[in-house]
Design a protein around this ligand. Sequence first.
Ligand code: GRF
Length: 374
Amino acid sequence: MADQGTWGSTVDEARKLRDALDARGEKLVFTNGCFDLLHAGHVRYLRQARALGDALLVALNSDSSVRALKGPSRPVTSQADRAEILRALASVDCVVVFDEPRVTKLIKSIKPHIYAKGGDYTIDSLDSGERAALDKTGARIEILPLVPGRSTTNTLARLLQGEVMPRASVEVPAHEPVTRTLRLGILGSGRGSNFEAIHHAIQQGVLDADIRVVISDLADAPILQKARELGYQALHLEAGTGAKMSAEAQKRLCDILQDHDIQVVVCAGFMRILKEPVLDIFTDRIVNIHPSLLPKFKGRNAWARAIEEGELESGCTVHLVTDEIDGGRILAQEVVPIQLGDTTEQLYERIQEQEHKLLPRVLAEWHALGLPTE
Ligand code: GRF
């Protein structure tokens, strides 16, 4: 059991709270997280979670469990302070600090009525053990929308990039070198405007990355032409027709990426489905940009389908690539409102404007997001 300090509650106290609510026919909402460097995104999320029931319990990752999840430089704020800050919020009724990587045990012993999780997860991508414990206790699962642009990793990236303070005055731990140039491989089949956005971000010094190679499945794709004009290595991958690539093409692609010592693969409008060995060798190191607010509107022409279905907003998503098409973990999203009378072209243009900011930003935050590079 983790040290609860002055502001944390024990599991017994949490269970008593749950039982008292239950006796009154009221509901306990349970959520969990690190809540390091609390920001408006956290506060809004917690307010929404509290509104789902009658009291909110926050299971707070202890310092050691944050370190295990996010690396040795985190958390910035100690568990005692994080618990105290959370308890000061009107929306938080109880904080329980936990050491384990998962909250399965806590769910089993506290038996909350409702489980809230942030929109970087879908019901299907929840941890299977936690999901089974929730199903067993009969808890209702609610996924709450992400608050765009607000994140601790965002704040830290701004600090580390010297945006807030001159770099020299920021104390960076010795094990966290400031220069961490990402070696990128970019895959695309089309215009290459997202590739250009990454190029510009590097030129402007907001993204510390090196585009080692640009690869397209189409010999005449504008992305290859643009890459050559900008002096990058641009390669055509013979991949046949259709969305699927042969096993041989998958292997060749993997070899090219490995030969260029690529750390992160960026799918920027790549219209082919990646399989082994690329997915295996680059697990959690392949990102895709998709023109919708995933998990809504996976697949092609997402923005046109959003208009057809009368959605009020659309947007773009950067997510990790897995074998489920447009289904990997969501890293960041930007909302684009759909205006009355919008044509598909007008909406897509506004979505692309946001894509061009979002994709470089996620890459710039790669280390701060705690994502692997090797
Ligand atoms: C983007 O809209 C992206 O969301 C989708 O493909 C498009 C690529 O555009 N996956 P571009 O080639 O980067 O201009």
